[in-house]
Write a protein that binds this ligand. Structure first.
Ligand SMILES: NC(=O)c1ccc[n+]([C@@H]2O[C@H](COP(=O)([O-])OP(=O)(O)OC[C@H]3O[C@@H](n4cnc5c(N)ncnc54)[C@H](O)[C@@H]3O)[C@@H](O)[C@H]2O)c1
Length: 364
């Protein structure tokens, strides 16, 4: 095991960072011995081939039954939730059951919600398999699903029993999903006090190659930032909003693209818009925008997006959960220094979109 981040009163579950699959089965063995409860595996259907061995090992040794879910953003809805409920009911899952989520951010959010609501709450273990879910979504206890065109509108705060992050999963992600993970990591780099951005920049070649040791360190650094922020504002009433940097526009781009743009890539675009608005509102030095653009160029992150329907995009932004009657953004004064809930006028938002991301140019 590479690292164990021990639970405390603020983050009441252990987070394991594993560097090999055996560490996962060792943890499950331990839990099975300790708990004496039925466990159920819910896994991302797309993992079936690449991870046959580990899935079979879990099925044969630890769980009563298993169920696979097609993990696409368009399926992150009540229908998938109902399918998991039905599976649990068919298998007579009781209120001491433990669910194991093996998949990315979509699955973790769905399984966490099912766990939080089935029989008024059962336990779940999150084993995240994408970079986004390892650096971000598996920690913090936000679970839920999309309603109509609104991302993550239905949900709750519900902590897992534990999180087991195994870096070996990331080597089967396609380029798009790796970039998606980098988008969320760049967010951490911007909100952190420079250390992470420096680390990212110095190690950029290793990161692009997904060097194992570098990725282990990077995951640990991002999870530490997330733990720190979440521990101060679990219910997202203030500081935690910081983790949404780039997400207000990001979520709307996901919807505008009918989820053809991945979550992290949309966040990366949303970050550029937020930086541009930060120039207008908080006099952010223009060099910061160019600096982040350079990093995008180095990692091959797309900087442009052709908006399909600007009116609808603005409507989606206005409907963002973080907004009251005004449009509100997390903005930065400089790297690592932020302001939460800054009111932004619609004209400035549209101007920022046009002056930053709007365009046809897409990297191949
Ligand atoms: N709860 C939170 O705090 C939080 C934070 C950030 C993002 N999210 C949510 O997470 C989701 C995005 O996360 P994601 O990118 O992990 O989504 P995802 O679960 O859709 O995974 C992305 C794609 O990778 C595939 N995949 C998963 N693991 C793989 C592996 N090891 N190898 C190859 N392919 C694999 C999936 O089938 C899917 O096609 C969004 O729905 C977002 O809203 C939640």
């Amino acid at each position: 095991m590479y690292k164990k981040m021990v639970r405390d009163s603020l983050i009441p579950y252990d987070i394991y960072i594993a560097d090999k699959f055996d560490d996962i089965t060792k943890r499950l063995e331990h839990i099975k011995k300790e708990e004496n409860s039925d466990m159920f595996l819910i896994y991302d259907k797309s993992l079936k081939e690449d991870y046959k061995d580990i899935i079979e090992k879990i099925k044969n040794n630890f769980v009563k039954n298993s169920f696979s879910v097609k993990c696409k953003e368009v399926n992150k809805n009540i229908h998938s939730i109902n399918e998991i409920y039905e599976f649990l009911i068919e298998n007579a899952a009781k209120n001491d059951a433990i669910l194991i989520s093996l998949g990315g951010g979509i699955l973790g959010d769905l399984v966490g919600f099912v766990a939080g609501t089935y029989m008024r709450g059962i336990r779940y273990i999150n084993i995240p398999t994408t970079i986004i879910s390892q650096v971000d979504s598996s920690v913090g206890g936000k679970v839920g699903y999309n309603f109509s065109d609104f991302k993550n509108y239905i949900g709750m705060f519900y902590n897992p029993l534990e999180v087991i992050i195994c870096i070996d999963f990331i080597y089967t992600l396609d380029k798009k999903e790796v970039l998606s993970g980098f988008g969320e990591i760049v967010k951490y780099c911007i909100i952190d006090d420079k250390d992470l951005l420096e680390y990212f920049q110095i190690n950029i070649e290793h990161i692009k190659k997904l060097n194992k040791n570098t990725m282990l360190e990077l995951v640990e650094k991002c999870v530490s930032i997330k733990r720190k922020v979440v521990s101060k504002d679990f219910r997202d009433k203030g500081l935690r909003n910081l983790l949404n940097f780039g997400h207000t526009v990001g979520h709307a781009i996901e919807v505008d693209s009918q989820y053809n743009i991945s979550h992290g890539e949309a966040v990366a675009l949303g970050i550029l818009v937020a930086l541009k608005i930060s120039e207008y509102k908080l006099s952010l030095d223009k060099k910061t925008y160019s600096y982040i653009e350079e990093i995008y160029d180095l990692i091959g992150m797309n900087k442009y997006y052709k908006i399909n329907n600007m009116d609808k995009l603005i409507h989606t932004i206005k409907g963002d959960k973080k907004n009251d009657s005004s449009i509100r953004f997390v903005l930065i004064n400089f790297l690592g220094s932020y302001e939460i809930g800054v009111k932004v006028e619609e004209e400035d938002l549209i101007r920022a979109i046009k002056e930053s991301i709007e365009g046809d140019k897409i990297y191949g």
